[in-house]
Design a protein around this ligand. Structure first.
Ligand code: HEC
Ligand code: HEC
Ligand code: HEC
Ligand code: HEC
Length: 482
């Protein structure tokens, strides 16, 4: 099962970054060494004030030309075998294409379309070869319009450097030498991925869906065999990381804060889901609502016709929907409610009300309007979370609310539970990285975190009550580290 496999990989990352279990067998994890160094407390910086301007939410491809991965590959550029460059590692391509690691997933993205599963999905949907289907290429390649493809551009590169860093025509020749600065590069079209709102939107295009060509993965694709898409900004950023966060990086950009990335990631995910859902062309599929937006296991369950009613679902205090209604997948809504309560209390009540209204509207016919209102609330929270100053205790406060008495009853469904485990995982990593918690102390509570992971390993056997117990014990253990 896909979920199990990727959760295992993620769990491994946690052990590694926490400096706990160094016996992991993947060959290419050396790129995480710098994280360990930081974990030892080298660069401890508190409370960075948000200075960044709010970048337009949906970044269009613009008119710049896409030059292709080959144009980054020179041995004096990003094609070195060792990450020993003076400013950046320069072995970024090696990490991006390491076939046996999670960090190599993007270079595989095109070739998986040609594999058995890819072909099966596309042929079930009558799309012809997946490697030529717009419906697939939008996310499985740098799908630049043909007029913008440079001479070395190749679709077969998969999700190449420019999918995230932006079309390179405007900055390729100048970005690495004086007088270029990060600011001038951004003015020339480089995407400022150090900005959490910008990065979240780049990733969500493919790791949730977007309005752009070929970037929507629908329930019919899932039914045809596409794996579920699950995402968390901070954790996934670490999983594909190919740069060092060293003095040089922090001087050019700034020291990333795990809580900021995690929190903004949640807000942008809510905004993305609700604003896509609000549009009829995404929100509906024929006569039915687009089921991609809803909680999968609410429908994919068994029915027992016995005299004693046995519900396969639990009622959920955050979700006032009528009996028998499929719930909108609220994994990020739950997280954002929690983070607002901990970090932006002035907006928390309004967000909670808007999310209740949204769930309630599913039974009434105003769903689209309520979705738009919720998207606006998420937008406001994203801005606040992006700009606020962060202090050490924030991660503890967020974990406390996620695992606390008020939020726990909302974990009635699998996807929300997975999201909360990823949250605890990534926030604890942040605490280790910031030197607030020692790797040894984090190792001491590993069994508790592993129990929470174990409780979400098998989606079809998910037991909410067991999960909540595991979550509570992980939260208690983390509280003791405070
Ligand atoms: C909205 C973006 C998006 C679209 C559109 C999309 N995919 Fe995917 N696909 C993904 C993501 C993201 C993953 C990885 C899921 C994960 O592991 O979290 C994935 C995973 C896969 C996998 C499994 C890869 C593996 O390594 O096991 C296959 C196969 C696949 N997609 C095929 C297709 C096909 C065929 C189409 C077109 C019908 C398609 N995809 C359309 C985003 C997309
Ligand atoms: C999935 C998105 C993604 C892809 C694909 C990707 N990168 Fe990155 N890259 C990032 C993110 C996110 C960062 C860290 C944030 C930042 O830019 O400062 C980063 C950082 C970097 C850095 C360090 C920047 C600095 O200021 O120190 C370099 C160099 C780099 N990437 C090169 C590449 C190259 C070359 C490729 C293609 C082989 C590539 N990247 C592919 C997302 C991506
Ligand atoms: C153009 C589309 C696209 C963009 C943009 C993109 N990804 Fe991906 N990503 C994919 C696809 C498709 C896969 C699955 C490939 C496969 O498994 O074969 C994937 C896989 C991954 C994986 C491996 C997941 C797993 O469970 O193995 C990570 C981690 C990841 N992406 C992180 C990111 C981050 C972080 C960003 C933003 C900085 C990002 N991606 C942006 C398309 C994209
Ligand atoms: C509102 C109910 C509903 C929701 C929500 C829903 N599905 Fe479905 N799903 C269905 C129905 C109905 C079918 C068609 C089943 C049939 O033909 O017997 C189906 C079919 C499928 C199939 C093919 C099943 C088979 O037996 O071959 C898969 C896989 C699937 N859905 C995955 C998902 C995923 C993943 C999600 C969440 C993103 C999801 N579904 C959400 C109702 C739902």
């Amino acid at each position: 099962m896909q979920d199990l496999r990727s959760l295992r990989k993620r769990a491994k990352l946690w052990h590694l970054v926490g400096g706990i279990e160094m016996t992991v067998s993947e060959p290419n994890w050396s790129s995480f060494a710098p994280l360990n160094r930081i974990g030892a407390g080298f660069f401890r910086i508190f409370a960075v004030i948000g200075l960044i301007a709010v970048y337009p939410a949906a970044i269009a491809y613009g008119n710049g030309g896409f030059e292709g991965v080959a144009s980054c590959a020179g041995s004096t550029c990003h094609g070195r075998a060792e990450g020993n460059g003076a400013v950046v590692r320069q072995d970024e391509i090696a990490t991006w294409q390491e076939p046996s690691s999670v960090s190599g997933a993007h270079s595989r993205a095109y070739s998986v379309l040609a594999g058995r599963r890819g072909q099966q999905i596309a042929s079930s949907l009558g799309l012809g070869p997946a490697t030529q289907a717009t419906e697939c290429l939008g996310c499985h390649a740098t799908f630049a319009p043909s007029a913008q493809r440079g001479p070395r551009f190749q679709l077969t590169d998969g999700v190449g450097c420019e999918s995230c860093h932006g079309a390179a025509e405007g900055w390729l020749a100048s970005h690495y030498a004086r007088p270029a600065t990060h600011t001038s590069n951004v003015a020339d079209g480089l995407t400022p991925l150090e900005n959490p709102q910008v990065r979240a939107n780049v990733c969500l295009d493919c790791h949730y869906g977007s309005e752009k060509t070929g970037q929507f993965v629908s329930h019919d694709m899932m039914a045809a065999g596409h794996p579920r898409v699950s995402f968390e900004l901070d954790l996934f950023s670490a999983l594909q990381q190919h740069h060092d966060i060293d003095d040089d990086y922090t001087a050019r950009k700034r020291r990333p804060n795990a809580v900021r990335f995690w929190a903004v990631g949640q807000a942008e995910a809510v905004r993305r889901a609700t604003s896509l859902y609000a549009q009829p062309k995404f929100g509906m599929e024929g006569a039915f609502p687009q089921l991609y937006f809803f909680d999968c296991h609410s429908c994919h369950r068994q029915i027992q016709d016995s005299d004693n009613r046995r519900l396969t679902f639990e009622t959920n205090p955050g979700r006032p929907i009528p009996f028998g209604n499929p719930p909108f997948n609220d994994e990020n809504i739950i997280m954002l409610s929690a983070v607002a309560g901990a970090l932006v209390p002035g907006q928390a009540e309004a967000f909670r009300d808007a999310s209740r209204d949204f769930h309630r509207s599913m039974g009434s016919g105003n769903a689209r309007q309520s979705a738009q209102q919720l998207a606006q609330r998420a937008r406001a929270l994203s801005n606040a979370l992006s700009q606020r100053a962060y202090i050490d205790a924030d991660a503890f406060r967020v974990i406390e609310i996620i695992g606390g008495r008020a939020t726990r009853p909302r974990f009635t469904d699998y996807s929300g539970a997975v999201q909360s485990v990823m949250a605890i995982d990534t926030l604890l990593n942040g605490l280790v990285t910031d030197g607030r918690v020692t790797p040894g102390a984090a190792a001491g509570i590993r069994a508790n975190i592993n129990r929470a992971y174990a409780a979400v390993e098998e989606p079809n056997g998910f037991k909410p009550a067991d999960f909540r117990t595991a979550l509570a014990s992980a939260t208690t253990a983390i509280r003791r580290l405070r």
